[in-house]
Design a protein around this ligand. Sequence first.
Ligand SMILES: *Cc1c(COP(=O)(O)O)cnc(C)c1O
Length: 371
Amino acid sequence: MPRPIEALVHTTALAHNLARAREAAADARVLAVIKANAYGHGIERAYEGLRGADGFALLDLAEAERVRALGWRGPVLLLEGCFEPRDLELCSRLSLWHVVHCDAQIDWLALHKTKVPQRVFLKMNSGMNRLGFAPAALRSAFARLQALPQVDEITLMTHFADADGPRGIASQLAAFESATQDLPGERSLANSAATLRHLAAAGGPLGGRVRNDWVRAGILCYGSAPDFPAHDSAHWGLRPTLTLRSQLIAVQHLQPGDCVGYGSTYVAPRAQRIGIVACGYADGYPRHAGSGSPVLVDGVRTVTVGRVSMDMLAVDLEPVPQAAPGSEVTLWGEGPRGSRLPIDEVAHAAATIGYELMCALAQRVPVRVVF
Ligand SMILES: *Cc1c(COP(=O)(O)O)cnc(C)c1O
């Protein structure tokens, strides 16, 4: 028998979350973001659930090729654009849309030989200071692109740094609006947090007032709340798309004062039954999740105890007296009999975010696509 750990990708949940993105996006079209191998789910595995999107957005040219190989003929946007001039050949061959965030990318376009002009997303730096043209440089970049026979439509784009937090998007949005006011073309502004918190909100800053043609929905498609713990996935009506589950492979009976795991960091305060789970950090479970991180055993909520090792972790069986070797353990996602453990809660216990846990799912974990 193989090691009992496995991951499940939930196709129906992906489609459900995509529908939520559509609702929140109102009239805008939805680019489902599938960078980082569809946030760890696997592009090919997530495709069935997300194929109802208006387009896909990603970073890696090899990933763009995989989307085309699946038979997808709609829009595919490269979120960081080209990394070198010859990437433009692939953009032509695969009809990719690409972000233009710097002058060098315009220089490459000007030298590119193509019969079919390309669609570009001109990125403005509205305050995040990673990529994009400063407001003062945007107009000349736009004019250069507009003059090129290699360029078809130009969509104006920016990315918010604080859509998930208390700072919000107001100042970046104001910077974007004043710099782009009289420029023509479609607009792409919102990630998941901006879509859920600022677009849908009645009277929110994007509530119908600002032109908004393409949202870029990543994490919300994968059922994680972009602003946890302020709001959880249930609040946003999202369903888990990735389950990590395993089984108990041993049970230990501890006496008061006995320890568990490396470093003996957990000391039993009383006589205690402890379950040993076939899951460790080499599977993608975060080592930084300390004692007390949430976990389900047979669908019942309990906590981890002691340090996470490479291949195993330990859980308190007090709330689950019937648990025995072979009992199902849900590290995150959907458990038995309708139980559920949001990935955001586990991430929070490890001082990180759902995004990181999804992306870190290890190669050695077998994955099944289910409905
Ligand atoms: C990753 C990314 C997104 C999606 O972000 P989420 O928070 O996952 O929705 C949107 N836009 C850009 C430019 C990105 O890099």
